[in-house]
Ligand binder design. Sequence first.
Ligand code: URA
Length: 239
Amino acid sequence: MVIRLDKLISSQRSDISRSMVKDFCRKNRVTVNGVACKKSDTKVNTESDIVCLDGEQIAYKEHIYIMLNKPQGVVCSTRDGDSPTVLSLVPEHLQRPGLFPAGRLDKDTEGFVLITDDGELAHKMLSPKNHVPKKYFARLQKPWQESYAELFEQGITIDGGEKCLPAEFEGDMNNKNECTLILHEGKFHQVKRMFEALDNKVVFLKRISIGNLSLDKNLALGECMEILHKDVENILAIC
Ligand code: URA
């Protein structure tokens, strides 16, 4: 794709505006293929031209995909309220204009949140039509019962008479208060409400995978890592 130099740089870095690029060019801080470029409206090829700012390459990616291990106390929103947002945990080098969390976890839920600026892919991932499976680890107030697997498979009816799609429950044989659950939809507070319908209570909840993409075991709470477009597309391929 051929685009203006100022557009290329400002689209990759949320801390740099087009007018800043103009200034950087005047000061010889921007090079294209090793040669200082004075004019910020110069057209560059996003595939073949090497653009550097202060000697550091600004590689062009149309979209960015970030895996966050969300800690408790952080909200899945783009706007600052009383609590910090997931976007405040994205490090500077991954910040881009237009980032948002693709899907929500409750404030007290931990785990995998996908953050992206790719509205189209996020829309497909979140569409109820696609039934993207999401796996949760839950710690319960009371021990799980042998009957749970079948009840979840049949579809739990939550408060207000809403029937949930079949879900896959697996109890931990070594710890009767711990289990995993795979959902194929995303109703408000769904996991908590499903266990409440079984007269139990979730005391800790963590999302551990979305589709075939698992939360990286080396990603500490509050940390982010960039993931590939193809990894996110694969989530949809298996649905
Ligand atoms: N279900 C819940 O109850 N809470 C979440 O954050 C996600 C799924």
